[in-house]
Design a protein around this ligand. Structure first.
Ligand SMILES: [Ca+2]
Ligand SMILES: [Ca+2]
Length: 229
C-alpha cells in the first residue's frame, strides 16, 4: 500500500505495521462478543474486546440486575479477570452464594462510557446482555418438563457430566440429587418457581423488599416481560 506524504507530495510505501498502529489509535474500542456461562460451578460473564481496555476496566463497570426480583447486585460482589492475549474480560461473582447467579431473568450491562482504550477512546457501543437462569431447564425452553427429564434420565449415574447433561449441582455426576431438582419443579415455568416481591407502593416510588440499596438502585428496572422481549 502507498500513501501521499506531506514532505514531497509523492506516493510512498508504508509498512503495514505502521498502518495498523494508526488505525488502532483512531478507532473506538468495541465488544467483539459477550455471553453468560453457567457450564461450571463458578458462573461467568465473558466479554471479548477488539483492543486492550485493561487499564480502564473494573469489576464495578458491569451492572448486574435480576429483573425478576428487581434486585441490583452490589458491585463489590463482582470480580473481573482480564486476559491480555485475547483481550477477554471474565466477570465472576464471588459475592454470590457458591459464586452462582440466582434463578431469574438477568440483565448485564456494560455502558459505553465505562471503558476506554489506552488512548482514552470510549467503547463505540455498550452492551446489554439479557439471559435467563432457570436451574433444571436443561434445554432452555422456559419450562421444566419431560424433555428435560429425558436428558437427565439418559445420563443417569454418569460421571464427568455437564450441567446440560443433568448435573445440576456441579458435582460431576448425574444422580438422585439432580433428579430431585427437576422433580420438584416438574411442569413449571420460571414465573411459577420464582415469585417477584410484592410491591406495596402502587406508584412504584418505594423499593420492594429485598431490593439492594447499591448505587445502581436508582436505575430503572424493566419488568420480566421487558427483559425477556
Ligand atoms: Ca425445558
Ligand atoms: Ca450432580
Amino acid at each position: 500500500m502507498k500513501v501521499r506524504t506531506a514532505s514531497n507530495g509523492m506516493f510512498q510505501p508504508l509498512e503495514s505495521r505502521r498502518l495498523m498502529s494508526v488505525s488502532a489509535a483512531t478507532t473506538a474500542p468495541a465488544i467483539v462478543q459477550s455471553n453468560f456461562d453457567d457450564s461450571t460451578a463458578c458462573h461467568k460473564i465473558v466479554m471479548q474486546f477488539n483492543t486492550d481496555v485493561s487499564a480502564s476496566l473494573q469489576a464495578s463497570d458491569l451492572q448486574m440486575v435480576n429483573a425478576t426480583f428487581r434486585q441490583f447486585m452490589p458491585p463489590e460482589s463482582i470480580d473481573v479477570h482480564y486476559d491480555d492475549e485475547t483481550n477477554t474480560a471474565t466477570f465472576t461473582f464471588p459475592g454470590c452464594d457458591q459464586q452462582q447467579l440466582n434463578d431469574g431473568a438477568w440483565r448485564a450491562t456494560l455502558p459505553a462510557d465505562a471503558v476506554t482504550d489506552g488512548a482514552g477512546h470510549a467503547l463505540s457501543d455498550g452492551v446489554e446482555l439479557r439471559f435467563v437462569r432457570f436451574r433444571g431447564d436443561l434445554n432452555r425452553d422456559g419450562v421444566i418438563d419431560l424433555s428435560d427429564f429425558t436428558v437427565l434420565a439418559a445420563n443417569f449415574n454418569r460421571n464427568g457430566a455437564t450441567p446440560a447433561q443433568g448435573d445440576l449441582n456441579y458435582d460431576g455426576r448425574v444422580d438422585l440429587s439432580d433428579f430431585t431438582v427437576i422433580a420438584s419443579r416438574f411442569n413449571r415455568t420460571l414465573s411459577d418457581v420464582v415469585q417477584p416481591p410484592v410491591v406495596s407502593d402502587p406508584a412504584g416510588t418505594a423499593p420492594a423488599a429485598g431490593v439492594s440499596t447499591s448505587p445502581f438502585s436508582s436505575t430503572a428496572v424493566n419488568p420480566l416481560a421487558d427483559v425477556l422481549a
